[in-house]
Design a protein around this ligand. Sequence first.
Ligand code: SF4
Length: 409
Amino acid sequence: MTDFKALAERILQGKPISRKEALTALTAPDAQTFTLVEAASLLRRHHFSNTVKVNYLINLKSGLCPEDCTYCSQRLGSEADVLKYSWVSHQEALTQAKFGIAGGASRVCMVASGKGPSNRDVERVSGMIKQLKDQHPQVEVCACLGILKDGQAQRLKEAGADAYNHNLNTSEDHYTDVCSTHTYQERISTIHQAQQAGLSACSGLIVGMGQTDEQLIDAIFALKDLDGDSIPVNFLMPFEGTPLAGTWELTPLKCLRILATVRLVAPDREIRMAGGREMHLRSLQSVALQIANSLFLGDYLTSEGQAALDDLDMIRDSGFEIVGAEGRDLLAEHQRLAKDRGDESNLASVDESSRCGLPVVSDNLQGCGGCSSMEARHPTENSHLPESGVEFRPVLRRRGTGTPSRPNA
Ligand code: SF4
């Protein structure tokens, strides 16, 4: 049986994990998984103490992408009924950002669908970034606009962007299985451009989309070699209407092993439990926080996340503090914000409807539609199901950016 604690102590002494050891961690038996989590937690605590970084996503432009990434609900030919809109206004982007910042976010991630931005798109986003940084200089801004062309990373940096996100998602030899309209090398090149412009690189994974364990190890080591500062780990959300609908390869324990392996390979990097954590980690999300030191608050680009207040509770209950919000009572701040807006009904409904204080309504035009980020249902024929025999599906986002409804923040 592998002594994961001894391995973590060796890593702390500056002796990196080998690929073989990483594969052993990734494929550890379920019964050894919590020992592995304890080992990864040593590294997490050493580098990040008891802090959690909260990030907030704004989808500036949704759907209608000409690319064919199989995992994406915004892809070419997607039949997923996601929100589709072109660029939101500066004002809407700033308003949405404020919700996330009030919820404790110290980083706002500005995302747009598409292969990559035109120079005009970069100017538009640069204007948003500049305004946001003028108003909230303490908040980091990460742009995620796809594959960059020469000079675009520098322009974003000049506007005040702190970081650029572009995920590798999977290994080089698996990449052609998930996308045919751009290449793995283009992704690597974009990250290098961002780094050369002085932007902090954020690049991560989508797991559970058919990679072998060996391919996942390749991808994790490729991310380490890229030397990015943050590594989001997304768990595939199998949207109906996309080629990966019905794909269910992960268990909560497997998700923990993946996060722990990333931590052992990249011990001092910000590791984010990102999209899909709710439906794949389920009741083990708080355990995952012992490994990951970062998460997204609120909703994802096209689907709902769990209620923001549930995340804030989870962070507090687990004994962690939110970076930049030390000593703040975020629940009280949420309530004060609602009162300032004269939104007494939201205050009154905290206990009787949704955890976030939004009224639950069926047409989703005013309220949030409830706080579930996933729908549990009986299996379909082609589903690969966890032992529980329950299939979870993402709930499509109908609130926040691009809608008249308040966001989940
Ligand atoms: S991941 Fe990005 S590039 Fe790929 S289909 Fe989705 S929005 Fe388009």
